[in-house]
Design a protein around this ligand. Structure first.
Ligand code: SAM
Length: 349
């Protein structure tokens, strides 16, 4: 069939991220009980078991981002902080954080994506008691059973009414006719980052709080001026801000051209790809007016992962092609920056 929606290929990239996460979780590269709840694989999404190289890449990417997010919360100390995930797709990070024995000091976690993506995610959250029970803060005393703080059932109902939990009360409020939802800790909103004002997210956030934005494989699909508008929004609205970007980089070399060709065969162009981790870090300094920024390739990330962890994952599957692994990981980068915060966010501690 002829695809008339030019954004469909970009939305489908979430299948790659989600199937990779599911594969890595199933094979125990990652601990992620939520990957299977937020993504149901379809025959179109390809085989559910990814090759070792992809599983290792997913592990290193998750390791690096988890570490930066943890460092952000640690740097905020006693002050509750916020996270905004841009193009969140089927990401599980919010649930992984809140499922910990000691969750971070989170004021609010907000996820954005195209409406078709957020509708599906909202339905999955609504259907799953395990996902929806983590949307509100836990009781302080572990002796008390977790009684989520409920909203009274709202007039908005999700499009397919049978997916609603039988209880008339929910720990969330449905938004935009089922395209989003909001709770005390978490909000999911439909929004096209390129041409809808981000200012609509401000009513769910506290601009005086330290705020982290996460952009995992999303800015590279936008032309630089559109991505820069997103950075400008955080620059203008949050005086204390951290940004973390993960995406492909350096696609001008021979291997990069092969990657581009593969993506082009899926109607994916990458108008916003940067040449290197350092040029992407400069983007944060210039467009986001960050005080400091830094970035490294996923191959460099590998060199700072503790030896024991590398040993553990090396026992999970046999990797034959270390050279190929290097080539692939060198084309992905993790970049972070901060402004207005007395913190030196690093990956190395
Ligand atoms: N961040 C998630 C992760 O790492 O698992 C998903 C990554 S997926 C590769 C890219 C996501 O960005 C998709 O869910 C896509 O729909 C979303 N996205 C891309 N362009 C967007 C835009 N202009 N507005 C909102 N979402 C967008």
């Amino acid at each position: 069939p002829i695809n008339t929606d030019p954004d469909e290929p970009v939305r489908l990239t979430d299948n790659d991220a989600a199937t990779s996460r599911l594969s890595a979780a199933t094979l125990e590269y990652l601990q992620d009980p939520f990957a299977a709840l937020l993504y149901k694989s379809s025959p179109l999404a390809g085989p559910s078991r990814k090759p070792p190289l992809i599983n290792i890449g997913t592990h290193h990417r998750t390791w690096a981002l988890d570490r930066l997010v943890d460092n952000f919360f640690r740097c905020c100390g006693d002050e509750a902080a916020q996270v905004v995930s841009l193009g969140a797709g089927s990401d599980t990070r919010f649930w992984r954080l809140m499922n910990r024995d000691t969750p971070p000091n989170l004021a609010h976690y907000l996820e954005l994506d195209f409406p078709s993506m957020t509708s599906l995610k909202a339905q999955r959250i609504a259907r799953s008691p395990k996902l929806s029970s983590l949307l509100s803060p836990r009781p302080v005393s572990p002796q008390v059973d977790h009684q989520p703080l409920f909203f009274e059932n709202t007039t908005n109902i999700l499009p397919t009414t049978q997916i609603l939990p039988s209880s008339q009360k929910q720990p969330y409020q449905v938004l935009h006719g089922g395209q989003g939802l909001t709770s005390l800790l978490y909000t999911l909103l439909p929004l096209d980052l390129r041409n809808q004002p981000l200012s609509s997210i401000l009513s769910y956030l506290d601009q005086s709080r330290p705020t982290l934005f996460l952009a995992e494989c999303v800015l590279c699909y936008m032309i630089p001026s559109e991505g820069n508008k997103v950075l400008e929004f955080f620059r203008e609205n949050f005086s204390r801000c951290v940004g973390v970007i993960y995406e492909m980089c350096g696609l001008e070399d021979t291997f990069g051209k092969v990657m581009r060709r593969n993506l082009a065969s899926r109607n994916l162009s990458l108008p916003g790809v940067y040449a290197s981790p350092s040029t992407l870090a400069e983007r944060l300094l210039i467009e986001g007016k960050f005080d400091r920024a830094d970035g490294i390739s996923l191959w460099q990330v590998r060199s700072i992962i503790p030896e024991e962890e590398l040993k553990r994952i090396s026992r999970l599957e046999q990797l034959d092609e270390v050279e190929e692994l290097k080539l692939v990981l060198e084309h992905y980068c993790v970049v972070w920056g901060s402004k207005g915060l007395n913190m030196n966010l690093t990956l190395t501690n």
